[in-house]
Design a protein around this ligand. Structure first.
Ligand code: 13P
Ligand code: SF4
Length: 301
């Protein structure tokens, strides 16, 4: 493993490549990345870089977003089958009929969507800025895609908007992070602060001391006074939190693993960097349309 990591470092310098990794990546991948982040942080990182080759360790919609923001660069993903089931829950035909039904509404797409869905949207958001994005809109009606838990969370904080929810969800946060398990963890660790991702169910969010994006959690644990944290999100982030806060105790949800995030291995990173294969391609017409809502989001905050 050390040999693979060393080879990646050498190749990266030789090719002037940048490796970006999402906070849910396996620890071995986190350790070889130039930058770790949440969806918003990775998108911002991608527009700052001069590197001509960007390797995105994460799932397809993240790589597509980076390609859309950097159409002239080579964007590679170590495993092209790494996808996000939540992002794939939008059916374009149904979306078009919803837009026809509510022509007065603005369409807000969570960044966990395909490029095609983004191309049908007015603005994007991530878990880090969803409330600010919806507050910034001038229209009262909003079609919010595709995560219903995140949409409900936003509607709790933005009372003057009517939010039409899409019935999508993330199986990790909806099914693998249960209220029963949270209650069990709280009983075992009564002094722990509970931090939760807004894709969790309302019952979990109700009991959380902090609801935020994955990088929001990194900052909260680092700056927080608590010494123990129950972390209601995917386990990859818990590995980062424990590594960066060795004096604090991180309690994770057993089994809360995103299978697609874990398809990326350092062997695959090395292979794709070596061969410069697995390039992300977005149709030019879709790319141009999808760039508008992403750039509109990036101007906020
Ligand atoms: P973040 O943008 O908070 O990192 O979340 C992305 C994601 O896929 C959550 O499941
Ligand atoms: Fe998609 Fe859920 Fe995996 Fe995030 S954790 S990438 S929302 S399936």
């Amino acid at each position: 493993m050390e040999k693979v990591a060393r080879e990646i470092q050498e190749l990266k310098v030789e090719k002037g490549a940048l490796i970006l990794a999402h906070n849910y990546q396996a620890e071995e991948v986190q350790l070889i990345a130039d930058k770790l982040g949440d969806s918003l942080g990775l998108a911002r990182e991608a527009i700052r870089t001069d590197s001509e080759i960007i390797v995105l360790c994460g799932v397809d919609f993240m790589a597509e977003t980076i390609k859309i923001l950097n159409p002239e660069k080579k964007v590679l993903i170590p495993d092209q089958t790494a996808t996000c089931p939540l992002a794939n829950m939008v059916d374009l035909k149904k979306l078009n009929s919803l837009i026809d039904r509510y022509p007065e509404a603005e369409v807000v797409s969570y960044v966990n969507t395909t490029a095609e869905t983004k191309a049908h949207s007015d603005i994007c958001c991530t878990s880090a800025n969803s409330i600010e994005v919806v507050r910034s809109l001038s229209k009262r009606k909003v079609i919010f895609l595709p995560d219903q838990n995140l949409g409900r969370w936003v509607s709790k904080w933005v009372r003057d908007k009517e939010i039409i929810l899409w019935p999508g969800y993330c199986y990790v946060h909806q099914e693998l992070i249960s209220l029963e398990e949270l209650k069990r963890l709280k009983a075992l660790h009564p002094n722990a602060a509970v931090i939760a991702h807004p894709e969790c169910t309302p019952a979990i969010l109700e009991l959380a001391d902090k609801v935020t994006s994955t990088t929001g959690m990194v900052n909260f644990v680092k700056g927080g006074e608590a010494e123990e944290f129950i972390v209601a999100t995917e386990q990859g982030l818990c590995k980062r939190l424990q590594r960066e806060n060795p004096n604090k105790q991180i309690w994770e949800f057993p089994g809360a693993i995103c299978k697609d995030m874990k398809k990326i291995t350092i062997e695959k990173v090395l292979d794709c960097l070596k061969r410069e294969e697995n390039e992300v391609v977005v149709r030019p017409e879709t790319l141009e349309k999808a760039r508008v809502p992403i750039e509109r989001m990036l101007k906020i905050g």
